[in-house]
Design a protein around this ligand. Structure first.
Ligand code: GLU
Length: 331
């Protein structure tokens, strides 16, 4: 009996002392719709981390979500540890603009930026939409609440002197939009996304021919000048050989960047491990999606507006990359 009790005590001690030390930490990365670029991007980051899962005691998983705004809010509430978010949305959340008007998210932290995204207007050729102004009166998906694109499409409308009320506005997820265009229930949709992506391949591959409409002109040039987070962007039409305007070469647009964000409440160890694995396996990471073809390490430290998370900063210091970061974000 005594022996049994001793054994039990040893077993209990093992459970309480040894087992917790080996318990894996799970982190979830919020992404976007499955046909966008955020979803495979979350997968690519998780892959880098999970290759060293044993070493770090860390396992990353990916969740499909409504997009940038959803991800920032879920990271802030602690429901997700990481989220992918547009650079303009990161700026707005940290400074208390747009969906966060009067509620600056001061605990938001930047990790790095990823691929370029373009505000993209996809429209059925039959609807006669050749320039943004032509969307007046048409059935247009502006984006689901929680998405990055919803504010982008509102900004674009305003820049050309239109409002949400000048179009028959839809607010559905981007993943549904190609089907709705092909069913004739939508004339066009806005999607802020990296190229190429499955969503626009799907939209351009159906019976109904679709164009990628240029977002350009005086009002747009003014918008880019006014907002610090918008830049000139171009969409390479070689990505969409079945689009009605496939031979356009490139189509002008507005560019932002996809970024990875976290919260000040996520531990330094976790953020350090994730950052290190992505940067140390950079060449392997870059091969995981064609939208990353233009990436450089230096570029991945641009376009951020929240302070850099201390765990990420620790790695950037070790790797001699701090010189590429805006000093205001290094605290
Ligand atoms: N930029 C989109 C958003 O923030 C998501 C794009 C994607 O999933 O690739 O909602």
């Amino acid at each position: 009996m005594k022996k049994f009790l001793t054994l039990m005590a040893v077993f209990a001690a093992f459970l309480f002392v040894v087992a917790p030390a080996q318990a894996k930490k799970f982190v979830t990365i919020g992404t976007g719709g499955v046909t966008g670029v955020y979803y495979p991007t979350g997968g690519a980051i998780a892959k880098m981390v999970n290759q060293k899962s044993k070493e770090y005691g860390l396992k990353a998983t990916v969740e499909s979500t409504g997009g940038s705004v959803f991800n920032i809010n879920a990271v802030m509430s602690g429901d997700l540890e990481f989220g992918i978010a547009q650079s303009d949305r990161q700026y707005q959340a940290y400074h208390g603009i747009a969906e966060w008007e009067g509620k600056p998210q001061k605990d938001l932290r930047a990790v790095f930026s990823i691929h370029p995204e373009a505000i993209t207007l996809i429209a059925s050729a039959d609807a006669g939409i050749k320039s943004i102004k032509d969307i007046k009166g048409k059935k247009i998906n502006l984006g689901n609440p929680g998405s990055g694109q919803l504010q982008n499409s509102k900004d674009v409308l305003e820049a050309v002197g239109l409002t949400e009320n000048d179009v028959q506005a839809f607010y559905v997820k981007a993943v549904e939009a190609p089907g709705l265009i092909q069913d004739g229930r939508l004339d066009g949709f806005f999607y802020t996304v990296g190229h190429p992506n499955g969503n626009i391949k799907e939209a351009t591959s159906g019976r109904i021919k679709v164009n990628i409409v240029p977002i350009e002109g005086e009002g747009i040039a003014k918008l880019i000048k006014e907002k610090p987070y918008y830049a000139v962007g171009k969409i390479d039409m070689n990505n969409y050989p079945n689009a009605a305007n496939a031979d356009a070469g490139t189509v002008n647009s507005i560019g932002v960047k996809a970024t990875l964000v976290t919260s000040a409440n996520v531990s330094d160890d976790i953020v350090y491990a994730l950052t290190k694995e992505v940067f140390e396996n950079f060449d392997e990471f870059k091969k995981l999606h064609p939208a990353y073809s233009v990436l450089t390490k230096e570029d991945m430290l641009q376009g951020l507006s929240a302070p850099i998370h201390p765990g990420a900063l620790k790695y950037y210091k070790e790797a001699g990359l701090v010189k590429y970061i805006n000093p205001e974000l290094v605290k």
